[in-house]
Design a protein around this ligand. Structure first.
Ligand SMILES: Nc1nc2c(ncn2[C@@H]2O[C@H](COP(=O)(O)OP(=O)(O)OP(=O)(O)O)[C@@H](O)[C@H]2O)c(=O)[nH]1
Ligand SMILES: [Mg+2]
Length: 330
């Protein structure tokens, strides 16, 4: 697929064509140089969707909660896109991890679009793919984009940073809270949920979390709500939707103090991606092969060969190809 075909798909997608949406998602997921210009123009069509990240340890009930949250939004007639991000999963291209994503009930609902994203090599690569996917769903017209991550590693924290509001889902078991704190979840949570409220210790865990939240009062002034839910029985989900709504309004008024920093570091990463991809595109050229053979022999310093490659312009960024027609705002 080339850029002009992507634009035709975009037009169909803007008209509500879900197959065009699915194909575009697959295309932008790989942030190849030829897709970046398209994304740059697509970005002008975005900024309307509210994005919510759900993270927390495996099995905490994130998918169940996303599913019930989706039901609340659909009850209000609002459209929803869901991204299930699993860094450890080899599945890509929209393969749905059916047993992981307990959202079967929305499968016949045209107002809900579910997509899963698997590994993308580097952790930053996955985050940037996920952001591109969110932007496509936003441009499609989804009013909400929910992002579920599996696990609580650095990748997951990076991914939830894409979201305007981050919901951290824990369970009553004590070890979980300690793990969460170690993993840095205190810093990313805009809303805490203690799910599986039917289990012993839920109220105590919530009280501990509230104390921790008070102790770590946020510099930006948002006071992080702590909710107890029982997602499988639909309990506490309306309160969660209310808390997310409140955070969204608060953020619209106050902005996010971290946003500028994250935008800057993400920009640098994108630049580095592009340079790397362009450099890789030159692998195999005669000049590069000549250098590579010298590196393989191991007789010369790799550092001096790097300098030589740079000086020879072998890895220098290449001019960006000419643009095609601009995307019409509609
Ligand atoms: N007892 C109880 N079980 C629940 C509750 N919410 C969800 N579950 C169950 O917990 C299990 C895990 O739920 P999921 O929604 O798949 O959890 P998850 O966090 O998405 O799991 P991963 O995506 O694998 O990390 C399922 O069997 C759910 O039915 C709850 O409030 N109480
Ligand atoms: Mg899940």
């Amino acid at each position: 697929m080339d850029e002009s075909e992507a634009e035709r798909l975009l037009e169909r997608m803007r008209g509500g064509d879900v197959r065009a949406l699915a194909r575009l998602l697959s295309w932008v997921e790989q942030l190849a140089p030829d897709r970046v210009r398209f994304l740059a123009r697509l970005h002008q069509l975005t900024g309307h969707a509210a994005t919510v990240g759900f993270t927390g340890p495996p099995g905490a009930g994130k998918s169940t909660l996303v599913d019930r949250f989706t039901a609340v939004l659909r009850g209000r007639g609002e459209s929803v896109g869901i991204l299930a991000v699993d860094p450890s999963s080899p599945y890509t291209d929209g393969a749905i991890l059916a047993d992981r994503i307990r959202m079967g009930r929305h499968s016949g609902d045209r107002g809900v679009f579910i997509r899963s994203v698997g590994t993308r090599g580097s952790r930053g690569g996955l985050m940037r793919s996920a952001r591109a996917l969110v932007e496509v769903l936003d441009a499609f017209g989804k009013q909400w984009v929910l992002i579920e991550t599996v696990g609580v590693g650095q990748t997951e924290l990076d991914v939830v940073r894409i979201a305007h509001t981050t919901v951290v889902v824990l369970v009553p078991e004590a070890g979980d809270l300690i793990q969460a704190m170690k993993a840095g979840l205190m810093e990313v949570a805009d809303v805490f949920v203690v799910n599986k409220g039917d289990r012993p210790g839920a109220a105590q865990r919530a009280a501990e979390l509230r104390a921790a939240v008070e102790l770590n009062a946020r510099a930006d002034g948002w006071s992080v709500p702590v909710l107890v839910t029982r997602a499988d029985h639909d309990q506490g989900v309306a309160e969660l939707a209310e808390a997310v709504g409140r955070h969204r309004e608060w953020r619209a008024r106050n902005g996010s103090p971290h946003a500028a920093f994250h935008r800057r570091s993400e920009f640098l990463d994108l630049v580095a991606d592009q340079i790397r991809q362009r450099a890789e595109a030159r692998l195999g050229s005669a000049a590069f092969e000549h250098l590579a053979e010298r590196i393989e022999r191991g007789e010369e310093s790799p550092y001096s060969l790097v300098l030589e490659a740079l000086e020879a312009g072998l890895v220098a960024p290449i001019a960006v190809p000419a643009s095609t027609a601009p995307i019409a705002e509609s």
